[in-house]
Design a protein around this ligand. Structure first.
Ligand code: 5GP
Ligand code: MN
Length: 332
């Protein structure tokens, strides 16, 4: 990491026009790491824009700086112009161009230098500077390490610390996952010293739901199926459920964890149909201990992620999706 950061700091030694982008359906770590870096680079006197492929969920609408976010889906021409005027492009919290969906072409065609900062396994190799740390639990923590290794801790302020805390909190399941270690907590201790309001951040993310979220949770729980001999829980939400309950972006996030909360269950999956396209499912996988969600997602569902949390896709009807899942599980 140190050698890559030295190269990066060379690029940053003169004023640059910089774009920062992240994966589609940005989550707390995607938004947290992007805006932490945004505030940091602005303080170093660069010109910076954050561009996401599509809109973030409402529960991230309070993040410092997010009012200046550009959303590619909504203003593609404006975003293309910003990208073509940039000297430097950061891609954060993903390492596979596919994950940037509609933005991936623009990234592919980018003329300046690309810097990837990410914590997923097996990077694609599309960047000029690749900072990849699969053992670190969030990209936001990597941003802290980047700042620290650049001898710039003194530049951190409450906004930067808040954004880093957000990403670290969400990508560690509020500090419960394996991979959280003494270094994670030392960084949290440092962030708290900048006066962040950890309780407010938690409540903004987890205790600001609309009723639609609980309605969808109740439907998913009603659909819960257990395969006890495989220690597996299966849930689904179909398009009609989403539409009937005024589904909002982010409402279905986290539901998959309820399957894992059961004693004796080590693997949980939820199939969520696309709100706009029938027979297209986004799948979330979660596991306890050693069950490799990422390998399973990669092998059978064209996806990937981490050991205990991964995602994938399936095209076809719900019954065939679940059949295929069960068959794959038997094979795995
Ligand atoms: P989630 O279930 O919350 O959407 O995703 C869990 C984890 O899996 C995240 O770390 C995310 O980066 C990764 N992930 C989700 N969907 C995909 C996918 O389609 N492809 C890959 N490679 N990773 C994914
Ligand atoms: Mn992440």
């Amino acid at each position: 990491m140190r050698a890559q950061i030295e190269k990066l700091n060379e690029l940053l030694s003169s004023k640059k026009r910089i774009s920062i982008t992240t994966h589609t359906n940005p989550d707390g770590d995607a938004i947290g790491s992007s805006f932490a870096l945004y505030h940091f680079l602005i303080k170093l006197n660069h010109e910076v824009t954050v561009i996401t492929p599509n809109r973030h969920p409402d529960f991230l609408d309070w993040v410092p700086g997010i009012k200046n976010l550009e959303i590619y889906d909504e203003y593609p021409d404006k975003c293309k112009k910003i990208l073509s005027d940039s000297d430097l492009l950061f891609t954060l919290d993903f390492n596979d161009l596919k994950r940037a969906s509609n933005l991936s072409c623009a990234i592919d065609e980018f003329n300046g230098k690309i810097v990837m900062i990410d914590h997923h396994q097996n990077p694609d190799g599309y960047s000029d500077i690749e900072i990849s740390e699969p053992d670190i639990t969030s990209t936001s923590e990597m941003i802290y390490k980047f700042i620290e290794l650049s001898d710039k801790i003194h530049v951190i302020d409450k906004n930067i610390a808040t954004c880093i805390y957000l990403g670290m909190m969400t990508d560690t399941g509020s500090f419960q996952y394996r991979g959280v270690n003494d270094s994670t907590h030392k960084i949290i201790s440092s962030l708290l010293s900048f006066g962040i309001d950890n309780n407010k951040i938690y409540n903004s993310v987890y205790n600001s739901n609309e009723i639609s979220k609980l309605k969808l949770l109740s439907i998913a729980l009603k659909n819960l199926e257990l395969i006890v001999e495989k220690k597996t829980a299966i849930m689904f939400l179909n398009q009609a459920d989403l539409i009937k309950n005024n589904h909002r972006k982010g409402d279905s996030e986290g539901i998959v964890n309820y399957g894992l909360s059961l004693k004796g269950i080590h693997f949980s999956v939820i199939f969520i149909e696309d709100e706009n396209e029938k027979n297209k499912f986004k799948i979330s996988f979660r596991s306890k201990e050693d069950f490799p969600c990422n390998e399973f997602a990669f092998k059978f569902f064209n996806g990937g992620g981490h050991l205990n949390a991964a995602g994938g896709l399936y095209k076809g009807n719900l019954n065939s999706a679940i059949e295929y899942f069960k068959k794959s599980l038997n094979e795995f």
